[in-house]
Ligand binder design. Sequence first.
Ligand code: RIB
Ligand code: CA
Length: 325
Amino acid sequence: MKRKIIIDSDTASDDAVAILMAHRFPDVEVLAVTIVSGNMRVEDGSRNARYTIELCGAQTPVYVGCARPLLREPVHAYWYHGADGMGGMNYSEPKLPEQDKHAVDALIDLVRAHNVGAIHESPLLVTLGPLTNIAAALIRAPEIAKMISRCVVMGGAANVVGNVTPAAEYNIWCDPEAARAVFRSGMNLEMVGWEVGRGDAALTEKEIADVYALNTAYAKFAMDCNVHALQLAKNWQGDPGMTLHDPTAMAIALDPTVSKRSGRYRVDVETRGELTRGMTVVDERHTVGTQKIFTDEWAVREKNVLVHHELDARRWKELLYNCFK
Ligand code: RIB
Ligand code: CA
């Protein structure tokens, strides 16, 4: 039986590779791609997702969702991903239409409809953008939290420096209130911070050349739309190559054994901090709940998130390349 997956995305160039991976991976059925405002405005995210799905020869339904964060003003990242979000490749307009249903309703309806057996047979939810759609769905139908087998979140920074501020990673920073609602929802949550895709997980110039040498439309697409961000990854982030944050989360979602080091902790999201907005506060030393100095609200929550700290770079890249063949 195929594993069912729902992808929520702000479809910029790295999201596109993650969407491609899910469509190319054996024994996986992508039920839907839901679009959220984030790096891209939803109209651009929708177009980029539909183009990617068409490239894969699929008809996966695309539903457009929340066009802005719950409370905060939208902050997009066209400067990083290019005016079209796909590295300036200006791909043709996809023929695959958007669905009429709102993404939040689609998420609820799909999860309910596929809640038919054991929890491990329920849909896997992979989030690649801000968590606005997911929070809205959980607020509207809290019971779906227990109908999702795993929710793998590309987002956060586990007690390491962020990418948009010293404290926070973009997807969480963009809509911290939504992220807090999701982290407190009781879903079976896994967090893949931006640090997981850095360092030796980045694709070097030689590895990029090796991917192009696969000589397939998938390989060319994946590299072409991310080369624009390569210079920023190297010069602005200080990474040794092309960082593919959403694909690293998708790889762990599709094959958890790619994760080399992880731990289960209490994790909550800072929503009030002037300097720490969107910080994922990861209680790695399990200090909270053991001392009375912390507020009760912290002490009552379980170790709610499996945090992935590091992946096996060789296996991650092997899985990625296999999706391009
Ligand atoms: O911080 C990295 C995340 O922000 C990735 O999901 C990227 O696509 C952007 O959404
Ligand atoms: Ca994204």
